[in-house]
Design a protein around this ligand. Structure first.
Ligand code: APR
Length: 309
């Protein structure tokens, strides 16, 4: 258990993350920070009062400044706005980069030793902004996208094969967007290569639905975007770090030559332990997967170019 974890942004994703962190007692104190007055305080009070029922002693507190967050060992950044109709991807990147920059400046000042898990979108660019502004090493700035994309992929596969989701082992790499790269060549059902159980057309459909996973939910909700699976994905990463599990999970990490890529954030297999990112694991990819990863990285680079820090 850590002493203090802070969640910046007490919206749908942030508040659900806070509740899950408390339920798993991953820290003695969970702090929610948001710019809206009363919002983090109200949600924190409500969550803390679920403790006697759920059986946790974690204290959840809310604030509009970073005083209470000072000294947090881990911070989850969910602050930002959702893409509005008519807004381009680059417009969203610029707006959220401004928000994440402000947050990162505060973290540098008040939580200088924290491991930061970034969730705000566009994810890979927001990770870069956080790393640049805080000056933290790559071990301490990691992005959540791959665990969520992989969870969607596993759910769809389990449904098609008609097996438990627990039996699907898979990984989705690349940038968090339309160019993400589900690794069919490394996907197994209890050790059996998935291509032996599903035909190519079905697999292609599942890959496409995974790529459109976020949009499918936005289309149904009309306002707002997914938050149950995203918050579960964040907490899986946080748990791996807090409990020093050395878990191998797909995360957005700052690459320095791995997979032939450098100077950017992209989804790659990462070992997470108490210090944050312990290692980027390089695995052999099929030729088409390697090409898709490169293409995905190009898109991240274009997005980065649209933003000035
Ligand atoms: N500091 C702190 N909080 C902020 C700031 C800021 N500078 N700017 C905005 N916020 C807060 C908003 O007040 C809001 O409560 O961030 C919260 C965002 O919550 P939602 O709008 O509910 O968005 P959510 O669904 O939680 O998504 C948050 O995660 O998955 C990504 O694409 C998603 O970028 C988005 C982020």
């Amino acid at each position: 258990m850590l002493n203090k974890i802070t969640v910046v942004g007490a919206g749908n994703v942030g508040a659900t993350v806070a509740q899950r962190l408390a339920e798993q007692e991953l820290a003695r104190t969970v702090v929610m920070v948001d710019v809206v007055e009363g919002l983090p305080q109200g949600k924190a009070l409500d969550q803390w009062q679920s403790g006697p029922i759920e059986g946790f002693d974690t204290r959840v507190v809310g604030a509009n400044d970073y005083g209470v967050a000072a000294g947090s060992e881990l911070v989850v950044v969910t602050a930002g706005i959702a893409r509005k109709p008519g807004m381009s991807r680059d417009d969203l990147a610029r707006t959220n980069a401004g928000i994440v920059k402000q947050v990162a400046q505060q973290l540098k000042q008040h939580c200088s030793q924290a491991i930061v898990v970034v969730v705000s979108n566009p994810l890979d660019v927001m990770c870069w902004v956080t790393k640049q502004v805080t000056g933290f090493p790559r071990e301490r700035v990691i992005g959540m996208a791959g665990v969520l994309d992989t969870a969607r992929f596993r759910a769809f596969l389990a449904d098609a094969v008609r097996v438990s989701v627990e039996d699907i082992d898979a990984m989705v790499l690349g940038g968090h967007g339309d160019t993400m790269v589900p690794l069919i060549s490394h996907t197994t059902v209890s050790g059996i290569p998935v291509a032996q159980l599903l035909d190519r057309a079905t697999l292609d459909q599942i890959v496409q639905r995974t790529r459109d996973g976020g949009a499918e939910i936005v289309g149904l909700l009309k306002t707002g975007s997914a938050f149950y699976a995203p918050s579960a994905a964040v907490v899986q990463m946080v748990e791996a770090i807090v409990r020093d599990k050395h878990r191998l999970l797909p995360c957005a990490a700052w690459v320095e030559g791995e997979y032939g890529l450098s100077g950017m954030y992209v989804g790659v297999p990462c070992k997470l332990a108490r210090g944050g990112l312990e290692q980027i694991v390089e695995i052999e990819l099929a030729a088409d997967e390697r090409a898709a990863l490169r293409k995905s990285a190009e898109q991240v680079n274009e997005s980065m170019a649209a933003v000035k820090i």
